[in-house]
Design a protein. Structure first.
Length: 433
């Protein structure tokens, strides 16, 4: 359990009060609190000011509040994947004292780290407090990429935020492409630059007037590049001979995922508590991590069978991605398929043609569901389950176009029963006698 202790390191009239924050045996942080005290007014036994005077009582109260602030910040941050360092502790002290941290915030990498450190207090896409673990990891990777760019292209020269303009972005973009990064990865880095610079501008850091004109980019996938498992491939997976219990367990998750259309993180967090009965029908009810949306997914007979035989046990997303490649290899899914694969750890993925099993990842579950049931289940119902915001996004996701949607509507129209013909009444004028 983390402990906090206040201490002095000198015997002067104006001695700095330090805080020592022991998180565990390996992480012990120490920083100045920003408060001063005469050594004679300090109680070494209690690690607090003596309380003989009102000013000392007030100082003791401030230190107690600082200790509470640090503890609460630690508890809020611990699930966010942020590294606890002396800089983190200094940031908490500065935030408590309403003081701008004493760092070179006009340097891009420094400001990125500040943004990461403050992530528990940032508003996320769901308008809630705290960035997701995935977003934090993305920012850490962004900082690593920027540092690599400084080393490789700028001879270790740091980047000032005020120097980031359209010309800089273009040079950075060309460097990223030269290193083999994908269009989507380059686009995310450009978007991160814009986010950091706009946040810096809001905090009175000098920025270029061109920041708002920075545009992102994304890769448009051709229909043949959409990787999914059709029903025949799912059947092959179902019948593949597996010996390892871990692979058998992961196969259950994979087949279930293709029937309920959720992202890997949401899929692997499903428990018995998510399974409900609704008017005699079994559904899975969950709150999606990315969107915060509550969805209810009716279970098809194949999914009901998996659930009734006992949900698979929990596994990590990293392991799941490893296992399903081995499962698809055992199912002999070797069809040459366009995709991206990381050839070396720490290097960008390389787009090429690979045996299909080599480029399978957890995302295949959601895409398989959306693709296989398109045209069989109304598109708005599918979108509600997959949580796509617009029909255009959904169609692009499964490699369809608005023309495919038009053909689907024509097919629906052709199955509609013909309208009954209106009877025609002949009005005969009554003749006069």
């Amino acid at each position: 359990m983390a402990t906090i202790k206040f201490l002095l390191q000198s015997k002067k009239d104006n001695s700095n009060i330090y805080v020592r924050y022991s998180i565990n045996r390996n992480i012990v942080l120490k920083r100045k609190t920003g408060f001063l005290i005469d050594f004679k007014d300090w109680s070494g036994d209690r690690s607090f000011p003596k309380i003989g005077r009102e000013d000392l009582k007030a100082l003791k109260s401030k230190l107690e509040k600082l200790a509470t602030f640090i503890t609460e910040s630690h508890n809020h941050t611990i699930s966010s994947g942020i590294e606890f360092t002396g800089d983190w502790l200094q940031l908490q002290i500065d935030l408590f004292n309403n003081k701008t941290p004493n760092v070179d915030l006009d340097v891009l990498t420094t400001y990125i780290q500040k943004y990461i450190d403050e992530s528990p207090y940032k508003q996320n896409a769901k308008k809630e407090l705290g960035l997701s673990n995935g977003r934090i990891q993305n920012l850490k990777l962004f900082k690593t990429t920027v540092l690599r760019y400084e080393t490789d292209a700028l001879k270790n020269k740091g980047i000032l935020i005020k120097d980031i303009n359209l010309q800089f972005v273009e040079r950075f973009k060309m460097w990223l492409f030269s290193k083999g990064y994908s269009v989507n990865y380059v686009g995310k880095n450009i978007a991160n630059i814009r986010t950091i610079c706009l946040d810096a501008s809001r905090n009175d850091i000098e920025t270029s007037s061109q920041i708002k004109n920075i545009k992102g980019l994304s890769e448009k996938r051709e229909p043949e590049d959409i990787i999914f498992l059709n029903e025949e491939e799912q059947e092959a997976i179902k019948n593949a001979k597996l010996i390892s219990l871990a692979l058998i367990n992961a196969r259950k998750w994979l087949l279930l995922g293709c029937l309920i259309g959720q992202r890997g993180g949401d899929l692997l967090n499903i428990t018995e508590n998510n399974i409900k009965d609704l008017n005699g029908m079994k559904i899975i009810e969950l709150k999606q991590q990315k969107t915060g949306k509550l969805v209810a997914i009716p279970l098809l007979p194949e999914a009901v069978e998996i659930v009734q035989n006992g949900l698979p046990y929990k596994t990590s997303l990293v392991r799941f991605n490893e296992y399903i490649k081995k499962i698809c290899q055992a199912a002999e899914l070797t069809k040459p398929t366009k995709g991206r694969k990381k050839l070396k750890q720490g290097e960008p993925t390389v787009k090429d043609v690979y045996p299909k099993w080599e480029i399978i990842s957890s995302h295949v579950c959601r895409r398989s569901f959306a693709t296989n049931f398109y045209g069989r289940i109304p598109t708005p119902v599918l979108m509600n389950i997959t949580a796509h915001g617009t029909e255009r996004m959904f169609l692009s996701y499964i490699g369809k176009t608005s023309y495919d949607n038009a053909y689907q509507m024509l097919e629906y129209f052709s199955k509609l029963p013909p309208k009954p013909k209106k009877s025609v009444l002949n009005i005969v004028e009554k003749s006069a006698n």
